[in-house]
Design a protein. Structure first.
Length: 156
């Protein structure tokens, strides 16, 4: 019972997951580069990545369950009784909790430190924020991998 609308929503669901989780992973990789850099304030790519503001690409991860719920509705609820959509939702909830509690606050702290002028960046504070961002991004990447397995395998 699929049609063009179902296929379009499925493509949007997958795209939102790939873009959102990809951006979360990129934040972790960029945080690792900040930690390794002897002077991250002199690296234009790091300053550009950690420019003050929200990481809107990472926030597309918030569309994933909305589009997933839409897929369940468009499928007339045939998959609702099975465990795989709910396992996927639990994984997504865990990943977004990690991003909300760990990655996004660490990202804001890195932005604040790198955008402040004057004295050199506080090395310990910056390294700590970068480590938190790296660990949180790694956890969200593992969650994404687990979700992909569940969404493809679809245990019944």
């Amino acid at each position: 019972m699929t049609g063009p609308l179902y296929d379009l929503v499925l493509a949007a669901h997958v795209l939102a997951a790939v873009v959102g989780f990809g951006a979360l992973g990129a934040s972790g990789a960029s945080a690792a580069a900040v930690r390794r850099s002897p002077d991250p304030r002199s690296d234009p790519s790091l300053l550009r990545y950690f420019a003050p503001g929200r990481n809107w690409a990472a926030r597309t991860v918030l569309l994933v369950p909305v589009l997933g719920g839409t897929l369940l509705a468009l499928g007339h609820g045939r998959d609702v009784p099975y465990p795989w959509p709910w396992i996927g939702l639990a994984i997504w909830t865990t990943a977004v909790a990690v991003a909300s509690a760990g990655l996004w606050p660490a990202e804001r702290e890195i932005q604040r430190i790198l955008s402040s002028s004057g004295d050199p960046a506080p090395t310990g504070e910056l390294a700590s924020a970068a480590r938190r961002a790296e660990r949180s991004a790694a956890a969200t990447s593992l969650a994404f991998a687990a979700a992909v397995v569940v969404m493809i395998w679809q245990p019944r």
